[in-house]
Design a protein around this ligand. Structure first.
Ligand code: ZN
Ligand code: CU
Length: 498
């Protein structure tokens, strides 16, 4: 028998394959961009051998929710993701995408988190061309944002779109979908899209069905009116015959703590009649623009960035307002433009949502912030280490599935997210004993511990804390849209739970 030869050989690891199956022992042989063999490869040879005894090899993690649109071009090494084992990111979330925008388009918050004017593109095709011409270290799964379309097509954002504006937005949406956007995101919570009616979104979303594309929603309300917002999101998906994703599901504001006990059954019921999924980040604090409305400024709020008062970064809004002897709303107005971290969720809701069968993991990190939320650097190892290993919220196999196989199924990404022969070699080798997030609210730009080796399309991109400079990321396409809600099988049979 001939000796098998590989480009890269991962020896001695236990495989967690991203299908939620129990781990098993196998070597992984890579040739070119593909996993060529899986099994006992002790007789094989390779140019590069990764000794992974005692370690886990899993599919590379897919970040279901990001704001990395510009970072992929500006920081193509993508260290804050690669160092977590992430090999693909969804971009354009919360209604905010970098295309189609003109270089001089108005950038009302939160669109201004795409702060670099040189990497905005007037067509979606131009954005994807730029990524292909200057590839990042990891793959991209792009969404086009409703807020971006509004800014591009409407002169006045304080009302619903009129018929000519609707037609213009639909044409731009079609251009994006034809170029390769996998769906439409919206963020009606934020002022530039808050005046959009349900009707506007139902109508705009019409082309999604034809492309088999997704509707992804940062909902109008994640506090007292969560259930109405969830119902609105499902309605838009139903009218457009599109699969729906509820972004970063959470319950904000102390008065609403515990309400995940109602929202999750509501989501579960919808999953049985239409295609629905959701993502979540593993922290009980959120991060976004510093709001101006008094009702959005309760609880502990830490200033992450302030252009007007950079010296107040890291301080609490309540303290600043007291010192200035003004209301929180007034203090917020003086700090603009600014972003903040809001300690406004209940840890029990976070855990219930993370543990909910069909929930995917998404970071929602914002790389342009000076002092980012630690989720930017810590999300994936935090789920593996803190929530799965240390708290025992779910088995490691489930944790991996929530960031690989499940996510690939939701986004319709073929031959990734599951570690199998013939699939692309996007892989993460990690130590199940030591993997953990080290990024904190005080010191947020810290790479994870326990991530040994990350491989993107067959190339080793990160090994033992060193970025190797490979830039093998591609723009991924949605090829196999799911027919039923992905992850439904993770839920109890409704008959047996009666
Ligand atoms: Zn959002
Ligand atoms: Cu987001």
């Amino acid at each position: 028998m001939q000796t098998q030869v590989f480009d890269v050989l991962i020896r001695g690891a236990e495989v967690i394959d991203g299908r939620k199956r129990p781990r098993f022992k196998a070597d992984v042989g890579i040739r070119g961009t593909v996993i060529a063999a899986l099994g006992d490869l002790s007789a094989a040879q390779a140019d590069k051998v990764v000794d992974a005894r005692g370690k886990i090899v899993a599919p590379g993690f897919i970040d279901a929710h990001s704001h990395d649109d510009q970072a992929l071009l500006l920081q193509p090494q993508m260290g804050f993701k690669l160092s977590q084992g992430v090999t693909a990111v969804v971009t354009g979330n919360c209604g905010i995408s970098v295309a189609p925008l003109y270089p001089d388009s108005p950038m009302p918050a939160p669109l201004n988190l795409l702060s670099d004017a040189a990497t905005r593109f007037s067509t979606f095709e131009a954005y994807l061309q730029a990524l292909r011409a200057s590839p990042p270290a990891i793959h991209v799964i792009p969404l086009v944002g409703h807020t971006t379309l509004r800014v591009r097509a409407m002169a006045d954002l304080d009302r619903a779109a009129n018929p000519p504006e609707m037609a213009a937005m639909q044409a731009l949406l079609r251009e994006a979908l034809a170029a390769g956007a996998v769906g439409l995101s919206s963020g009606t919570y934020y002022p530039p899209a808050a005046a959009a009616s349900t009707q506007e979104l139902c109508k705009l979303a019409q082309p999604l069905a034809e492309f088999g594309a997704l509707y992804v929603s940062h909902m109008r309300d994640e506090a007292a009116h969560s259930q109405q917002s969830i119902a609105e999101t499902f309605k838009i998906g139903q009218r457009a015959q599109a699969s729906v994703i509820i972004s970063h599901h959470k319950l904000q504001g102390q008065a609403n703590w515990g309400n995940s006990a109602q929202t999750l059954p509501q989501i579960e019921a919808a999953m049985r009649r239409q295609c629905v999924s959701l993502d979540c980040y593993p922290y009980h604090a959120s991060s976004t623009i510093l709001h101006l409305q008094e009702e959005r400024l309760s609880g502990r709020i830490v200033i992450a960035d302030s252009a007007a008062h950079p010296e107040l970064q890291g301080q609490e809004l309540g303290d600043i307002a007291r010192r200035w002897q003004v209301s929180r709303a007034e203090a917020s107005a003086r700090l603009q433009p600014a972003s903040a971290i809001y300690f406004n969720m209940d840890e029990r809701d976070v855990q219930r949502i993370l543990a909910f069968g069909p929930t995917m993991i998404g970071s929602d990190g914002v790389p342009s912030n000076e002092r980012p939320h630690p989720r930017l650097w810590g999300t994936f190892p935090r789920v593996l280490g803190h929530y799965s290993r240390d708290l025992g919220l779910f088995p490691l196999e489930t944790a991996v599935w929530k960031m690989t196989g499940l996510t690939a199924e939701v986004f319709g990404i073929d031959k990734r997210g599951v570690l199998a022969e013939g699939h692309y070699a996007d892989l993460c080798v990690f130590d199940p004993q030591t993997v953990r997030d080290t990024a904190t609210f005080d010191d947020p730009k810290q790479p994870a511990a326990g991530i040994d080796c990350v491989i993107v399309n067959g190339a080793i991109a990160y090994e033992q804390g060193v970025y190797l400079g490979s830039r093998t990321g591609t723009v991924l396409q949605r090829t196999v849209p799911a027919k039923t809600s992905p992850g439904l099988q993770a839920l109890p049979d409704p008959a047996s739970s009666l």
